[in-house]
Design a protein around this ligand. Structure first.
Ligand SMILES: O=C(O)c1ccccc1NCC(=O)[C@H](O)[C@H](O)COP(=O)(O)O
Length: 210
């Protein structure tokens, strides 16, 4: 299973988290976020990481030119669209970056909202389901209703996100069967400062399933 730790800001924490078992790291390219990092800061982290770690930039309602510039300057291997991007916009991004993984985050409010997944699945490589929060776009610590996702099979690989922690991950995975999981605030001391003990506990819990 893919494991993405999101909201990385510090090079030493990135390499430690990769060594613990993360397969992907996320960098928040949304200026209003307390976890925001510039392309220069991301590059400083990315150059320290092994090739097999996915380096994913998280954007929200950004212009395609801005995404383009940051992908190149930072050395990203993936782009996560976490705002209100339309399927058409996702398709444009997909066409612009044929060798970059494109992820669309859907902030799920209700069962009806899940129907969007089938539409977006046609235009992106991967979906990410996050919890809806009226004021914050992401990193909220709010969980989804996992029982609602028991039969969720969008036809494309997907990550489960939203309020996952070392304490609740096994319960979540007993109900839901995603291709990957994404955690941010559940493994943090404060926004952008990851708690390596919690990350280690997460991988210990995941290891106990095998
Ligand atoms: O984390 C942020 O600050 C953020 C800001 C704006 C857009 C997206 C953001 N995070 C996206 C993520 O992929 C988080 O990992 C995801 O929302 C889960 O967060 P959490 O509930 O804290 O595990």
């Amino acid at each position: 299973m893919r494991v993405k730790i999101c909201g990385i800001t510090q090079p030493q924490q990135a390499t430690a988290i990769a060594s613990l078992g993360a397969t992907a790291l996320g960098f928040i390219c949304v200026p209003s976020s307390p976890r925001y990092v510039t392309a220069t800061q991301i590059r400083a982290v990315v150059t320290q990481l092994p090739d097999n770690i996915d380096k994913i930039g998280v954007f929200a309602n950004a212009h395609i030119q801005e995404i383009n510039q940051i992908v190149q300057d930072a050395g990203l291997t993936g782009v996560q669209l976490h705002g209100d991007e339309s399927p058409e916009f996702c398709y444009q991004v997909r066409k612009n970056f044929p060798s970059v993984e494109i992820l669309k985050a859907l902030r799920i409010r209700s069962l009806d909202h899940l129907e969007l997944a089938a539409i977006y699945a046609q235009y992106v490589d991967t979906l990410l389901l996050d919890a809806y929060h009226p004021q914050q776009l992401g990193g909220t610590g709010k969980t989804l209703d996992w029982a609602m996702l028991e039969k969720f099979h969008p036809g494309t690989p997907w990550f489960l996100a939203g309020g996952l922690t070392p304490a609740n991950i096994l319960e979540a995975l007993s109900l839901v069967n995603p291709d990957g999981i994404d955690l941010s605030s559940g493994v943090e001391i404060q926004p952008g400062n990851k708690d390596l003990n919690k990350v280690a506990e997460l991988f210990q819990k995941l290891g106990s399933r095998e």
